[in-house]
Design a protein around this ligand. Structure first.
Ligand SMILES: [Zn+2]
Length: 429
């Protein structure tokens, strides 16, 4: 009995410490999230254990169906947005509700992961009491669950009435269907009718979110040379061949541009030899080559990431100049493709961070600051960043996104759900 009294007293202190900062209604939201967490985790486990690599259309749809049922239960109007077959992507899940109170919120998640079906499957597994691993647990099924669990807590406390909230889960974030003018059309059109976009990609920690993200684009380099017996390489008649020319160009890219802040570019595939076959759609190819033959052809595929459009354009100009200075008897050409625009740092984003920071402090979690945009890749939020205030990195915390064995901090997940729920609650009043 004494023990019970002591623990009740401790609980009362805990609650009153909160109560000064968060309202009784907010306390109800927090309590609901704690009580519901076992079911929340069970749902996370269920969706992690379904492979939904971007190209696994059935898997992406299956994860979407599970989330869709949950959104139907909490009064959202749900819809599956299909894409033309030629894009070879699953499509997107949209859940929306419309009202007149507060800010119109656009919440962003994605159903796909980088782990395709052919890769070794890793199921939802505890590594220790605070760390869980599994495909997409961190990027970003954990974040999808943060969105859902926060909205469930608001709904079940009668707090979604008259709010305008759209939860948009793309099915191809990790490899957007091309052209993106088609695969992201509905996403952009719908987002534009909102005031604020919040994306739930990996949280670096409880104390960091993204007010800016770099954009991503692509480039393809092709080099050509004269082919013939290797004993004649370097001669004025035969020149250097395609492989040396590609090596020269890549090395000069690195020398001239690799120290520029927020700019990165990575050659992800190189194919050279006497005869090459490159399959663009599958990102693979074959090469046949002999050491005694000068290579006539090389293809290199790479990405280019940047914080502003100006930075992207300047880098492309420098690369073009380097490509044009060919070695003897070689030719080279480079082409660029736009991928995801940058989410540039803005005052409106900074202001939104202020609201989140207040929620975090009121919950007793401490400060939240803007992370280094250089440490993140591009995300779907960037497509709409020019139209409204944005924050990203609100999802599950963990490590190693995109690598086999990525992890999620399961101890921090309830806190991240509570922070999101109160943020949505305050913004939608
Ligand atoms: Zn992601």
């Amino acid at each position: 009995m004494k023990k019970l009294i002591t623990s009740c007293f401790a609980l009362a202190i805990g609650v009153s410490a909160y109560a000064q900062k968060i309202s009784p209604t907010e306390q109800k939201i927090v309590n609901y999230i704690d009580a519901k967490f076992p079911q929340t985790e069970a749902l996370l486990k269920q969706v992690v254990n379904i492979n939904s690599g971007t190209l696994n259309i059935a898997g992406v749809k299956q994860v979407g169906d599970i989330l869709r049922q949950e959104f139907d239960k909490i009064g959202f109007k749900t819809e599956w947005v299909t894409l033309p077959d030629s894009l070879k992507r699953a499509g997107h899940l949209v859940a929306e509700r419309k009202g007149k109170a507060g800010k119109k919120l656009f919440l962003i998640g994605h159903l796909d992961t980088v782990f395709e079906k052919e890769m070794t499957f890793s199921p939802y597994t505890y590594l220790n009491d605070s760390t869980v691993t599994g495909q997409g647990v961190n990027d970003m099924k954990g974040g999808d669950i943060v969105i859902l669990a926060a909205l469930q807590a608001l709904y079940n406390n009668g707090l979604l009435d008259n709010t305008s909230i759209t939860a948009y889960f793309t099915g191809d974030e990790e490899s957007a269907g091309r052209p993106t003018s088609i695969s992201r059309k509905d996403f952009i059109d719908r987002a534009k009718t909102h005031d604020i976009a919040l994306a739930f990609e990996t949280a670096v920690s409880l104390h960091t979110v993204a007010t800016a993200r770099r954009g991503a684009s692509g480039w393809q380099l092709k080099t050509y040379g004269k082919t013939g017996h290797s004993s004649r390489v370097f001669s004025p008649e035969m020149g250097y061949g395609a492989i040396y020319e590609s090596a020269r160009i890549l090395n000069e890219f690195r020398e001239k541009l690799s120290s520029e802040k927020y700019l990165t570019f990575n050659p992800g595939l190189i194919l050279g030899g006497s005869e090459i076959n490159y399959n663009e759609a599958k990102a693979n190819g074959t090469a046949v080559g002999k050491t005694n033959i000068i290579s006539p052809e090389v293809v290199v595929n790479g990405d280019l990431r940047f914080l502003t459009e100006t930075q992207k354009n300047n880098a492309r100009e420098t690369m073009r100049t380097i490509v044009a200075k060919n070695l003897t008897e070689t030719k080279a050409e480079i082409s660029f493709s736009d991928g995801i625009p940058a989410m540039e740092p803005t005052a409106a984003n900074e202001q939104l961070l202020g609201v989140l920071n207040k929620v975090s402090k009121d919950l007793g979690y401490g400060d939240v600051k803007a992370g280094d945009p250089g440490s993140r890749g591009a995300g779907d939020i960037s497509y709409v960043a020019q139209y409204m205030a944005c924050l990203d990195g609100l999802g599950a915390s963990g490590k190693g996104a995109h690598a086999p064995g990525e992890t999620l901090n399961i101890k921090e997940l309830p806190a991240l759900i509570k922070r999101t729920a109160l943020l949505l609650y305050r913004l939608s009043r």
